[in-house]
Design a protein. Structure first.
Length: 259
């Protein structure tokens, strides 16, 4: 009697079909797990920025920093309080090099950093500090000039410890190094995915720099009380970006492009 040798063609095709089916079933789950891992690593980065902020506040008697009006300077202000900035500059979901060809702006996007890694910029001639994928809420600082200090803007947060500090964003996922959001900023009419979607000037809509779909309809942010959490994009208009902020109470339905 002849012994059977190997598999038939039909059996091999059945096995291959089963493997392909299993891969098709598992891929979405693996993609979700990968995105969740990136979001968790992003929150870990922001936790370190929050810790650095708390250490600064403790050393300077709870007074806000004064940051020169140059790109990336907030990273330089906090430099003494972190070990390795290059490990926490960028969200793991946004580590691709900047694609913006504008020499003075260098905006980022959903998955790219702002700034030029390892290059000097024409704006202020900066090299250190000018690249990353988190942005600073510029209402959290003191103005830098004497004229501004003599007549301070009442919208500024001038101290770290205050009631409701857990709703005051300091740093967050962003397509630019900083922003001055206003509650009158409109909702973007379309998804902000590439650098050309973010206005160069951005007057009247600087909150758009934070309104990017980087983590499945949310961004990550750290707050004045050193907490870190994810924020649905429609909730950006309910955070206390400045002291006179008026919540807009938007819902997911108000952003039709948000899935």
């Amino acid at each position: 009697m002849c012994k059977r040798q190997g598999f038939t063609l039909i059996e091999l095709l059945v096995v291959i079909a089963i493997i392909a089916l299993l891969v098709a079933i598992l891929m979405p789950a693996l993609q979700r797990a990968k995105k969740q891992a990136r979001a968790s690593a992003c929150q870990s980065n922001l936790h370190q920025w929050a810790t650095s902020t708390a250490m600064y506040a403790a050393e300077y008697q709870d007074k806000m920093w004064i940051i020169p009006d140059r790109m990336g300077e907030w990273m330089e202000v906090l430099r003494p309080y972190y070990e390795d900035i290059d490990k926490i500059r960028a969200c793991p979901a946004a580590t691709k090099p900047c694609q913006d060809t504008d020499k003075t702006e260098a905006r980022g996007s959903v998955d790219t950093m702002w700034g030029r890694k390892g290059q000097q910029m024409e704006f202020g001639g900066r090299q250190r500090g000018y690249w990353g994928s988190y942005g600073h809420n510029r209402w959290v600082q003191q103005w830098s000039s004497l004229a501004e200090l003599s007549s301070p803007d009442e919208r500024l947060w001038v101290r770290f410890s205050m009631k409701g500090a857990g709703d005051v964003p300091v740093f967050a996922d962003s397509a630019f190094t900083h922003a001055l959001p206003l509650h009158t900023n409109p909702i973007p009419p379309k998804p902000l995915r590439i650098f050309s979607d973010i206005p160069v000037d951005a007057k009247g809509c600087q909150i758009w720099r934070f309104c990017i779909d980087r983590h499945n309809g949310t961004i990550n942010s750290c707050f004045l009380d050193a907490s870190v959490r994810k924020i649905p994009l429609y909730n950006l208009w309910d955070l206390k970006w400045h002291r006179q902020w008026i919540p807009q109470k938007y819902t997911k339905a108000d952003i039709p492009w948000l899935k």
